[in-house]
Write a protein that binds this ligand. Structure first.
Ligand SMILES: Cc1cc2nc3c(=O)[nH]c(=O)nc-3n(C[C@H](O)[C@H](O)[C@H](O)COP(=O)(O)OP(=O)(O)OC[C@H]3O[C@@H](n4cnc5c(N)ncnc54)[C@H](O)[C@@H]3O)c2cc1C
Length: 259
């Protein structure tokens, strides 16, 4: 049996905000050095009497923040999220000492338009990009040469964990556009913004923002169906695989895929 402390930190929860009945965010003190790039994920876990349960979670915070932030969706029949949901400020979780993932902002392709498309918790890596660039912009290190265009989908408006923050950044930063779209507006009568699933309005926003397969890199994050549909739509507007990045959060079960 390997020693847990060789591979894992005991990350301590220092803040928790519940933003909807099944969505919440936490901030943790990692418990040691944790160097990551915006867009990467951490592996979080809990120990039960019989085993260790671990899953991947995109990091919301920027590397310049001393705490790490995560945005969770409760999967009621899931193995780990019901356990994470029980945790309160002061509790600890296991966190692997190394971050992982390649879903980072591509600043090397020569393309400076970044089309960032996500569902619900899939906004996490994009918040990390924006927080990082915003700080660098304020410091004069980033001149706005990369342009970020975020299309953020959810069923209802209270599921947008970062609506206010991203709207505020977009008002200040000429290099950022942010649109949130709600797919169940009939459940959300006060919503006055965009309506439709992200994959349904993707074409409209690529036209509006002038993003296509010749000038942009696209990033799809979150729900597997959105990613499949989003990839087909991007292909139709000329994106090749080379310029489409994806972070699929789960694999649909056969039963779910059949419904
Ligand atoms: C790179 C990466 C980054 C991720 N980042 C995040 C993140 O920032 N926030 C976050 O909440 N999750 C994120 N996930 C998903 C996360 O790793 C877990 O899969 C998720 O939290 C469910 O874990 P669980 O143990 O509760 O459910 P499991 O026991 O793993 O799954 C139970 C069943 O639910 C399905 N399922 C899993 N997740 C969902 C879902 N959200 N909605 C509907 N069905 C689902 C599974 O396919 C499975 O059939 C990420 C996944 C990857 C691969």
């Amino acid at each position: 049996m390997d020693n847990l402390d060789d591979k894992f930190y005991r990350a301590k929860i220092v803040k928790r905000s519940d933003i909807a009945p099944d969505l919440w965010l936490i901030r943790v003190e990692p418990g040691g050095a944790f160097t990551f790039k915006p867009g990467q994920y951490a592996t979080l876990g809990v120990l039960t009497e019989s085993k260790r349960i671990e899953r991947a979670y995109s990091i919301v915070s920027s590397p310049s923040e001393s705490e790490l932030e995560f945005f969770f969706e409760l999967v009621p029949q899931g193995e780990l999220t019901p356990k994470l949901y029980q945790l309160k400020v002061g509790d600890e979780m296991l966190m692997r000492k190394s971050p992982k993932g390649l879903f980072t902002l591509d600043q090397k392709s020569g393309r400076t338009n970044h089309f960032l498309v996500c569902t619900v918790t899939g906004v996490a890596p994009f918040v990390s990009y924006v927080r990082t660039l915003f700080r660098q912009w304020k410091e004069g290190v980033f001149q706005g040469e990369h342009k970020l265009f975020i299309l953020n989908g959810a069923s209802r408006s209270w599921e947008f964990g970062y609506y206010q923050e991203l709207s505020d950044f977009a008002q200040q930063a000429p290099w950022l556009k942010y649109t949130a779209t709600v797919s169940r507006p009939w459940d959300d009568e006060t919503w006055k913004g965009e309506m439709g699933r992200v994959d349904d309005v993707l074409r409209k926003y690529s036209d509006l923002w002038g993003l296509d397969g010749t000038n942009s890199v696209a990033y799809l994050c979150g729900h597997p169906d959105m990613i499949e549909n989003g990839k087909s739509m991007l292909k139709r507007i000329g994106f090749t695989k080379q310029h489409v990045k994806e972070e699929v959060y789960w694999i649909p079960t056969k039963e779910a895929a059949a419904t």
